[in-house]
Structures are given as C-alpha cells and as structure tokens.
Design a protein. Structure first.
Length: 294
C-alpha cells in the first residue's frame, strides 16, 4: 500500500513564521475576497458595455435565415448522427452569431447549460421563470448559481402575484386548469422577456421524453419569433450528471430525491422506478409540457 505524506501545517514555515490552521484559513479568505472583487469588476465592465450600446434586433426573416444556416452547419447528417456538432461547438456558433442578444433559459434543475455558455459568454443573461410556486430547493439552486457562475440571473415573473391570480381566477388554478396557469405564470412572461433577444439557449434534451426525441440543435422558434438553440440536445442523463460532478456544478437536490424533472411544486411529484422521467409533471392530466417548447 502506498503511503501518502500529508503536511498538516502546524509548524513554522521556511521563514520561521507560524503556518498553522489560522494562517491557512486567513490565506484562503484573502484569496476568496480577491476572487470576489475581480468577479465584481468583471460584472461591472460587462454591464457598462451592454448598457452603453443600443441593441439592434434583426428582423424575423434575417433570424430565420441564420437559424436555417445553423441547422445545416451544425446538424451533421441528421438528428443523433455522429457528425452533429458538440455542445461547445454549438455554443461557440451561437455566441459568434448573437453575442449579448443570446439568453439562456434555466428551470434551475441543474446549472450545466448556464456554465457551458458562460465559459464563452461571461455574464450571459440566464432567464429563470419565477412562477411563485417553486420548491424551496429550486429557489436555493437559483441563488447558488448566481453566486457560483459568471452569469446574470434575470427573474422572469408573471404580471399577477399568486394572490392576485387567485382573486382574478379563483384559488388553485393549477389544479383546475393547468394550461391556463402555465400560460399566465410561465409562458406569457417568458415570451414577453424573449422579445428583447435574438436567440435563446435551452436545456432541452432528446432523452427527456418522447416528445423531445427529435429536438434539433438549432431551429427557428416560430412561437417566440427567435432562434432556438439546444446545445445539449444529444446528451444522455449520465452525460449530464457526469459533467456536473466532474466540474463541481450546482444541481437541484431534488434530483437525488426522486424528481428527475422539476417544475412547480403543486404540479410535480416523485417518479417511480421505470416511469418516464417527466411522468411526475402534471400527473393525472393529459399534459407533459408547460407550453414553452411546443
């Protein structure tokens, strides 16, 4: 058995100064403060650059043509083919084409897509649909992502609070008309927000469900009138989790508690062994999508 020597840092250092746990902690704290300060400066430089220019949104016809070109350049021989572009290649193309007019949508199930995009586009806007019905774990994941990645979290909220919606439509609309609830609290607010961008990157994967099995890497999103990019469409569940673990990325703790697909708390349940990953969403109702991706 190989013996590993571990320095505990309790004796004097080469200069004779104490190098015990206290000095180690002080050094780590100082390094953390320096990283935080540089991060704040980087964020400020980005905001000054973005706020100081006028963003011109190209026409739908122009963007549709860019989407068609991206599909040809990145799609290889077809959906699922070995010569499809990698996630990093798709993101590099998207950043080159759209720059700060690219947004990332995140349900805060994990932070993989946000991390991948922010590597090539620091302080990218990450749109989080804050419906007012999220699990506490999802809100905690949102906060952790904001503090751990070089991204700009944009909370996308509906016009009506939960209480105002109950007053206007009656309590628990999600139980009586989940389509209407999703439209009011998620689809319409996100659609309004997306109008300010030329493209959005989503975490849609073909492994999510049968309805997503044919998801393209790049397409024209006619529902929202912008280019839709699915960089990790080809990734399996194991690839997603493996990347998050290998890179120390934040994931929603509910993933380890029987929730492979996480939405609003009232409309999400644990999934039993052998069930489809999205079987826990709107269980008992003929509904498998909130409406953003259809």
């Amino acid at each position: 058995m190989t013996t590993v020597s571990v320095a505990l840092g309790v004796g004097p250092n080469a200069s004779g100064a104490p190098s015990g746990p206290a000095s180690s902690l002080a050094g780590a704290a100082a390094a953390a403060r320096r990283r935080a300060a540089e991060r704040d400066r980087s964020r400020a430089r980005h905001r000054a650059r973005v706020d100081g220019r006028e963003r011109r949104r190209r026409s739908d016809a122009e963007l549709s043509q860019i989407a068609a070109r991206g599909r040809r350049e990145l799609g290889g021989s077809g959906i699922g083919s070995p010569d499809e572009a990698s996630a990093h290649e798709v993101i590099a193309w998207a950043v080159e084409q759209f720059g700060d007019s690219l947004a990332v949508a995140s349900s805060m199930t994990d932070s993989v897509l946000a991390a991948l995009v922010s590597e090539q586009l620091p302080w990218v806007d990450v749109l989080f649909g804050d419906t007012g019905y999220h699990f506490a774990e999802t809100l905690g994941t949102r906060d952790a992502v904001e503090h751990s990645l070089d991204v700009t979290i944009v909370d996308v909220r509906p016009r009506l609070s939960v209480a105002e919606q109950a007053e206007a439509y009656g309590p628990d609309l999600f139980a009586r008309d989940p389509e209407a609830c999703c439209r009011i609290r998620k689809v319409e607010p996100m659609r309004d927000m997306l109008a300010g961008y030329e493209a959005w990157a989503t975490g849609v994967r073909r492994a999510d469900s049968g309805s997503r099995a044919s998801a393209e890497l790049v397409s024209w999103d006619a529902s929202n009138n912008l280019v839709k990019i699915n960089p990790i469409a080809a990734w399996s569940d194991d690839e997603l989790v493996g990347y998050a673990l290998a890179n120390g990325l934040t994931v929603n703790p509910l993933l380890n508690d029987g929730y492979p697909s996480i939405g609003c708390e009232p409309c999400t349940r644990r999934v039993a062994a052998g069930e489809d990953a999205r079987a826990g969403r709107w269980s008992g109702v003929d509904k498998s999508e909130c409406g953003l991706h259809i």
